[in-house]
Design a protein around this ligand. Sequence first.
Ligand code: GLN
Length: 303
Amino acid sequence: MKFQALLEEIYNEVQPLFGQGQVADYIPALGKVDPRKFGISIQTVNGQSFETGDANEKFSIQSISKVFNLAMAIRIVDEQLWERVGVEPSGNPFNSLVQLEHERGIPRNPFINSGAQVVIDILLEHLDNPNEEMLSFVKKLRYEDVYYNDAVFQSEKEYGYTNQALVNFMKAHKNIMHPVDTVLDVYYHQCSIEMSCHGLAKSFLFLANNGIIPDTGERILTKSQTKRVNALMLTCGFYDQAGMFAYHVGLPGKSGVGGGIVAVIPEELSIAVWSPELNTYGNSVIGMKVLELLTTRTGKSVF
Ligand code: GLN
């Protein structure tokens, strides 16, 4: 498969879609990003790399960090996690309070904000410094410099009214054990992680490789745990647009409001796309289209 030629072809083909979405501005620091940024990186489990555009420029990975968060927690508590968070698609916006009220403080899945916040609360029981551990975990997966963007962190914190409401509400339902501010500090840090498409694609490769980092042979998750994380990405990775992503793309993936999307083709490759203009669901317009064209043209998906 001539991935490089295909990437260039798709890169050019989606150019007319610029201007259709909007850069996230509910966190002011995110609103400053150039809407024309656009990068794609494909990394294969056998060490090949295909990239185009701004594939090596770092951006705010936002909710993509929820996958690292989940993988870290599964490594520590495994199935016990599911006593406090569900595994069902939410069909609701990522920061919805309505469903949480209905379901008495048990989030639908670990990829909506409330779900990630419960996962953080669990990590806090086991780790002295989850912020440091998160960076070491991501470094282990990709060997590159990864860091928190302080301006984004501060902005998230300053405008985090809905996230505060979510964590407070879950605490009222006894599904948060630590102080609300402690949980939110870790949450805002995770959202502010900066990485490039290259780094993201590299760090997700273990999910395309049955839980093992291809470069080092180190096992991160068991085969069965990897299947579960991928299943959750397929069914819950795009909030209330998860069905659409499965329908058009057919891969496990995860988006963030920084405009990044990462997806994996099991046993083969991982792909990261970055284009900051979002649709109304908070997913990158161009990122979704790139992945749809890629799976359609190659005929590859999990189905
Ligand atoms: N920082 C964002 C928030 O909590 C993350 C949401 C996202 O990327 N979907 O609102």
